[in-house]
Design a protein around this ligand. Sequence first.
Ligand SMILES: Cc1cc2nc3c(=O)[nH]c(=O)nc-3n(C[C@H](O)[C@H](O)[C@H](O)COP(=O)(O)OP(=O)(O)OC[C@H]3O[C@@H](n4cnc5c(N)ncnc54)[C@H](O)[C@@H]3O)c2cc1C
Length: 409
Amino acid sequence: MERAILTIGASHAGVQFVASLRELGHTGPITLISDEPDFPYHKPPLSKAFMQGTASVANLNLRGPQFFHSAGIDFRPGLRAAGMDRDARRVTLSDGSTVAYDVLMLATGARVRTWPGEVLPRNVFALRSLHDARRLHDAVTTTTGPIVVVGGGYVGLELAATWSVMTGRDILIINSASRLLARSASPELAAVAQAQFCAHGVGMRMGVYARQFMADASGNVCGVVLSDGTQVPASLVVLGTGIVPNQELAQIAGLACDDGIVVDEQCRTADEAIFAAGDCTRHVNGYAGRTLRLECVQNAHDQARVAAAVICGHDARYHQVPWFWSDQFDTKFQTVGLLPEARSLCVTRGTPMAGKGAYYHYDMAGKLAAIETVNMPAEHMLGRRLLAAGLSVPADRVADPAFNIRQML
Ligand SMILES: Cc1cc2nc3c(=O)[nH]c(=O)nc-3n(C[C@H](O)[C@H](O)[C@H](O)COP(=O)(O)OP(=O)(O)OC[C@H]3O[C@@H](n4cnc5c(N)ncnc54)[C@H](O)[C@@H]3O)c2cc1C
């Protein structure tokens, strides 16, 4: 009999996984559990086109009702996996029902880190889900006055850029690090992002953090107290202070977790019947040669494909080159590879500060480790092929604007 495959979480990883299973010929039962009420949707537009109002919910569908019907996937929205019995190979759902499995995929993703301590005033939000995005969109269109974005990571910056164009309101970014994108971009790329915010009149306070949120008599946020004691006015606050993996289901069931559900290059946990993929995993990353937890669509999709292939009997391994993108104002930032912890060189190609160019980062051994592009999607695609093939480009050639990277392939 064909194995019954149960997937928990119906976002980028979970949906890619079930689609890949069918593409690879799995004909047994597939059940997909989601604790969200909606059909699975693309997350990246939530801070961009959906927030601007240029993409509707229908435009966000990862896969619509027709897909689940024709692929014979039992999609069950609005149900949370509350516990699992690994010996009996059974998951208990929030309505008290149980689902048996032969193979279980945990694609539970991540959630926004909760603000410690205090009860937050109204109009303080975070963004992770479509539900969050709807509330945030309503709030930004029904309030007036200054907006404070807490955190200088990608999601916070995308919202700040979107709102700056959309609303013309005063926007202030509060960033505890000394520069934007301290965790996820080079100082050079962060400087390009920062220059754009300056050009659009978006305020920034670096090296301070939000300590407390003040409420008016109606309970609405009216200001933020910063770590240096200053207060800034706010009628809307968004917390872009990072995410944590949804690993509790695995953890309680005794699976190893370490800032993510621990999986190998084949997305297997230590339990032969249980796999995991996407933002919820700490995985052995064949490309990096170490364990990582990545927070990007590419990782969710590629891990899901690998897991599906392994389950369907192929000897697949996850060694894809990581890549991701961010859209801010009219600029597309794209990164491929992993920024080296210590680098020997950063070579500038073109003029990223003027809106078109790239930064090539070399590790201490002089090997190309990552490429960050600014409005150069074709160069980004070449970079993906280059790094996937394990090729480097001599730094002096990169610096030559007449040199075509394609020649290296
Ligand atoms: C606003 C925003 C913009 C982004 N922009 C970009 C971008 O431009 N480029 C990029 O590469 N990445 C971007 N990302 C990151 C990207 O969306 C994530 O990396 C991706 O969504 C990860 O997919 P996932 O399936 O692993 O996890 P998630 O998307 O987190 O999905 C996990 C799903 O599982 C559900 N779930 C969790 N626990 C349970 C349970 N016990 N029972 C049932 N269901 C459960 C969750 O509710 C959720 O629906 C963005 C993210 C956000 C929020």
